[in-house]
Write a protein that binds this ligand. Structure first.
Ligand SMILES: [Fe+2]
Length: 251
């Protein structure tokens, strides 16, 4: 298969077997925030791992510069931090994907599962590392950047949610204009209260399970199948944020 064929194949959502969907839904848990879990020294360590691998970074058309986990997941300093989080959660996890991301644009609604159905996604760990505000911006608060996790899930494949807009492009995830395969959607087309500037119809039928602040030092842990997005932090004087997302499966 050529790269173009692989790319176009990825547009279509292939449904998981029902037993897998049932298992993922059965295992669904509430989002957890480990507050102040990552020390300043560990933040420095993670930022330096990111910087060390910047020569292998991808700059996506959607905004972020990313360094994927393949480049650093064996790094002993990284492994130590990952194991400390897993132990705290009392979970035995392997990493199947993820990345550092340095972005000046908020992320729209998506999930973090793989196209490969032999990977049963478990927890996604999001570790905020830095927030950068405009130098002249004096109204900085911890509420400046939000991270929303929704009640609704998408277990089948990686998606981005653009309800009603079939012509939207997404470089990796399947763009969804139709939400029929999203699980737990509210039939009343409610729009959750979100601090975002994207088209509000994209959030129709969703409800917020957990609203988190983008706080360096915290670890946000949620099921990879859950839809999530960030607020439009650029409305609050912020220009960039650097974070680490880790996608895991049970050992
Ligand atoms: Fe994500």
């Amino acid at each position: 298969m050529t790269e173009l064929e692989i790319e176009s194949n990825r547009r279509d959502l292939i449904l998981r077997p029902q037993e897998q969907v049932d298992e993922l839904q059965r295992n669904l848990e509430d989002t957890i925030i480990l507050r102040d879990f990552i020390t300043d020294q560990e933040i420095d360590t993670l930022v330096s791992i990111y910087e060390k691998h910047l020569d292998k970074a991808n700059t996506k058309t959607t905004g972020p510069t990313t360094v994927i986990t393949r480049h650093f997941k064996e790094d002993p300093e990284f492994v130590e931090i990952f194991e400390r989080i897993s132990n705290k959660l009392e979970l035995s996890l392997d990493i199947w994907g993820g990345n550092f991301f340095d972005t000046g644009k908020p992320f729209a609604i998506h999930n973090d599962v793989d196209y490969r159905h032999d990977i049963m996604p478990a927890k996604c760990m999001v570790i905020p590392l830095t927030k950068t505000s405009q130098t002249d911006y004096v109204y900085v608060t911890e509420e400046d950047a939000k991270f929303y996790v929704f009640d609704q899930t998408m277990p089948h494949g990686p998606v981005k949610c653009f309800k009603g807009e079939p012509d939207r492009f997404s470089p990796y995830n399947t763009p969804l204009s139709d939400y029929k395969h999203i699980i737990g959607l509210h039939a009343d087309n409610r729009q959750p209260k979100l601090d975002v500037t994207f088209n509000r119809t994209w959030s129709e039928g969703l409800s917020v399970e957990r609203e988190c602040n983008w706080e360096p030092g915290d670890v946000i842990v949620f099921d990879c199948v859950r839809l999530h997005c960030s607020s439009d932090f650029t409305q609050h004087g912020m220009i960039r944020k650097l974070g680490l997302s880790l996608f895991t499966k049970h050992k």
